[in-house]
Design a protein around this ligand. Structure first.
Ligand code: G
Ligand code: G
Ligand code: MN
Ligand code: NA
Length: 254
């Protein structure tokens, strides 16, 4: 309850913020975009990890307002990078299943794009398998409408959920994000290498891009590139960073 009240105040007080983790093109090394990750600086100045407060936000329903704030803030920031000339920058935002059930995701996305002026194709929505598994006609129709706005869709943590492949057939998904539980030990575990190879092959056959998550060393980067994986994220490239540091990286890259 203390956490929930604090979270309510944080939304008003502006102590929620976003960090951005670079998504790197494995062929060129260039930053293709970023994933927005929420951070909460608690009253003592320490960061409270999202793994602790997102579940509280979901139970209390606050995730709907928080999710709207995240969408608005991420689009505003990405539009600023576009205005600085980095018009290829993409931003990915995580959505919670609760935003689909209780909120009006479609309207939230329309509003965030309209207020920021960000083109839809620069925004990727990361959906978890828990959203897709609910598979109701309502969820499917919201997802189809989101596609019509031009936004891109990614399946987050691919392979860890119920992994029904049927939604790959029914939904116009653009990207599979390969969960870091298959990536972390890739260079040492042949089973992981086989799984990643199969996912990349399947994704490419379906015309989808792949992003490997949790790349922590050069050998893993090298193998992912050899397996044909398109993009990657992880501490090997960069941790989630404040917006100003992304701006600095962009200006250094020219
Ligand atoms: O760095 P990391 O600790 O940021 O994130 C932990 C978890 O919190 C991840 O599963 C991530 O998807 C989730 N998360 C981070 N930011 C958001 C957000 O803005 N909305 C939702 N729904 N989940 C988020
Ligand atoms: O569930 P989702 O993929 O949205 O969560 C992203 C989470 O992964 C965030 O908590 C982020 O901080 C974390 N993360 C990003 N890169 C790495 C990495 O290289 N290793 C590990 N262990 N975690 C990472
Ligand atoms: Mn994610
Ligand atoms: Na993930």
């Amino acid at each position: 309850l203390r956490l929930r009240n604090g979270l309510h105040r944080a939304l008003d007080a502006g102590t929620l913020l976003l960090h951005y983790q670079p998504v790197v093109n494995l062929a060129t090394g260039a930053m293709e975009g970023v994933e927005a990750l929420i951070r909460w600086r608690g009253e003592d100045g320490q960061f409270i990890p999202p793994a602790r407060f997102i579940p509280v936000a979901e139970e209390s329903g606050l995730i709907v307002s928080i999710g709207d704030w995240v969408l608005g803030e991420a689009c505003r920031q990405a539009a600023r990078w576009h205005a600085d000339g980095h018009t290829g920058m993409k931003v990915a935002v995580n959505l919670s299943a609760l935003q689909f059930r209780r909120g009006d995701v479609e309207r939230s996305v329309v509003e965030a794009l309209r207020k920021s002026g960000l083109p839809g194709h620069a925004l990727t929505l990361e959906l978890t398998e828990s959203i897709l598994i609910s598979d109701t006609e309502q969820v499917l129709s919201v997802i189809r409408n989101l596609k019509r706005l031009g936004v891109r869709l990614a399946i987050d943590d691919f392979g860890t959920g119920y992994s029904s492949l049927s939604y790959l057939k029914r939904l116009a998904v653009d990207t599979l994000k390969i969960d870091r539980s298959f990536v972390g030990d890739l260079a040492r575990d042949p089973d992981d290498a086989a799984i990643v190879a199969a996912v990349v092959t399947m994704a490419h056959s379906l015309g989808l891009l792949t992003v490997a998550e949790g790349v922590e060393d050069e050998e893993t980067r090298r193998q992912l590139h050899a397996l044909g994986c398109d993009h990657a994220q992880g501490y090997h490239f960069a941790r989630p960073l404040p917006a100003a540091e992304i701006t600095r990286l962009l200006s250094e890259a020219g």
